[in-house]
Ligand binder design. Structure first.
Ligand code: SF4
Length: 439
């Protein structure tokens, strides 16, 4: 007997973490026999996965919900903005249901209510590999939800709750499936990657019959066995990170750390309530580089946080001069609705924030460019992300995470395919990107 599968339209907004939620929901929908529709009017119902981190994202999410309602009419809202249900209800009272982030089961229950699940025993099988939104040669793997910190500028813990680490066997099976499916790079994400397993007291799990601790070190050791790239995001400079650096030096995982330092002045870090703010960060970086000279560090900073004086800002400039970080993003502080920092005294005037950001970026631009130029003449392995119409291969080295860092171009892409690892000699550098020739 043939049947027509019910179709679900899917809109995914927001950060890689939200994309990972989308992948889980899409996987379940597919596994239960729903078809995913690329258009609103071809769908029987639309799920919108929203982002609510900053005010601009809230507006984008509300607009997307409005569009889905106009074009289709049956809309389920999930994701970070869904955690603020009244904002959604007020703007769009006719949505069918609203859930917070990380709520695959709840979303599926609402889908079942409004669009009954098809009955077909042959499609009720959960495939080995999830449906992924990123190109097939790299994949984000989320190792935990939520966060135990309470940084005063951030509302993530109030939306996503305390740290909730995934079981180690579940993370390792997902990674193994991805590697088996041909994925070449795993991007490990969470709100606080170094804290993985803290909530479970580093409990002993089992994977393939072997006992493995629910802890970042053991996780990295296991992930390193697949012989593909493993890249760590959102790591805080806790002393435990020292243990990971030798794995980087041995080439088990990429010598790359994404550490959101946010500031360098002790006073501001305290006002921000940042994790690991009392550690000797510069000393730690120096030690890491002694063990692993190729280590690349990317970071983000906030300037113009309430109470930041010229002296605090100069301390920050001195820090980045000394730290010599590879890639850096800088944002001016902007209040997020519901964040504790909004109550802090001495807000910094807008023009001072902007001027500080410019000064900061001028200092960092020279450092980043110099560090990039130092790679000219070296031979690096790069991963091909794309081949453009002119026949140039657009690639990345270990130093570049997708979308946020730079690129490596190979002008003659003859014979290369997306997902290939290629050895290149770096022949040229611009402020952000490199050019390589195949060796
Ligand atoms: S570490 Fe701080 S900024 Fe990051 S999610 Fe937790 S509270 Fe927010």
């Amino acid at each position: 007997m043939s049947h027509i599968a019910p179709k679900v339209g899917f809109v995914s907004l927001g950060c890689p973490k939200a994309a990972s939620d989308s992948e889980q929901i899409l996987t379940r929908l597919r596994a239960e026999g729903y078809e995913i529709s690329g258009t609103y009017n071809g769908a029987d119902l639309v799920v919108v996965n929203t982002c609510g981190f900053i005010d601009a994202a809230v507006q984008e999410s509300l607009d997307a919900i409005g569009e889905a309602l106009n074009e289709n009419g049956k809309v389920i809202v999930t994701g970070c903005l869904g955690a603020k249900g009244d904002v959604v209800k007020e703007a769009h009272p006719s949505v069918l249901a609203i859930t917070g982030p990380h709520a695959t089961d709840e979303v599926m229950t609402h889908v079942h209510t409004h669009l009954p699940k098809p009955h077909d025993p042959f499609v009720d099988l959960v495939p080995d590999i999830g449906v992924r939104l990123t190109p097939k040669h790299y994949a984000y793997v989320k190792i935990s939800e939520g966060c135990n910190h309470r940084c005063t500028f951030c509302i993530i813990p109030s939306m996503r709750g305390d740290l909730d680490s995934r079981a180690i066997d579940s993370v390792l099976s997902e990674a193994a499936n991805l590697a088996k499916a041909g994925v070449k790079e795993l991007l490990i994400i969470s709100q606080d990657t170094s804290a993985y397993g803290v909530d479970q007291k580093y409990k002993l799990g089992f994977y393939n019959g072997r006992p493995i601790k629910t802890r970042l070190l053991e996780l990295c050791e296991e992930l390193g066995k697949h012989g593909i790239w493993v890249r760590l995001h959102y790591v805080y400079p806790y002393p435990s990170v020292d243990d990971i650096i030798p794995l980087m030096a041995e080439g088990k995982i990429l010598p790359y750390l994404d550490i959101p330092f946010q500031h360098a002045s002790q006073k501001i870090l305290k006002l921000m309530k940042r994790p690991a703010n009392s550690e000797n960060v510069l000393g730690r970086i120096k030690k890491w580089r002694e063990i692993c000279p190729d280590l690349v560090i990317r970071s983000t900073f906030i300037v113009g946080f309430p109470g930041e004086t010229e002296e605090d800002f100069e301390e920050l400039l001195a820090f980045i001069e000394e730290a010599q970080l590879d890639r850096v993003g800088c944002f001016t502080y902007s209040p997020v609705a519901g964040a504790a920092a909004n109550e802090l005294a001495d807000p910094v005037p807008e023009e001072v924030k902007e001027a500080r950001k410019e000064r900061f970026m001028a200092v960092q631009a020279e450092i980043s460019a110099a560090r990039l130029a130092a790679r000219v003449g070296r031979t690096l392995t790069v991963l091909v992300d794309e081949i453009d119409e002119e026949g140039t291969a657009i690639c990345r080295s270990y130093a570049d995470a997708p979308e946020i860092d730079g690129l490596v171009f190979i002008e003659d892409a003859d014979g290369l395919s997306v997902g290939d690892f290629v050895q290149v000699e770096i022949v040229d550098a611009s402020e952000h990107d490199l050019w390589g020739e195949r060796v």
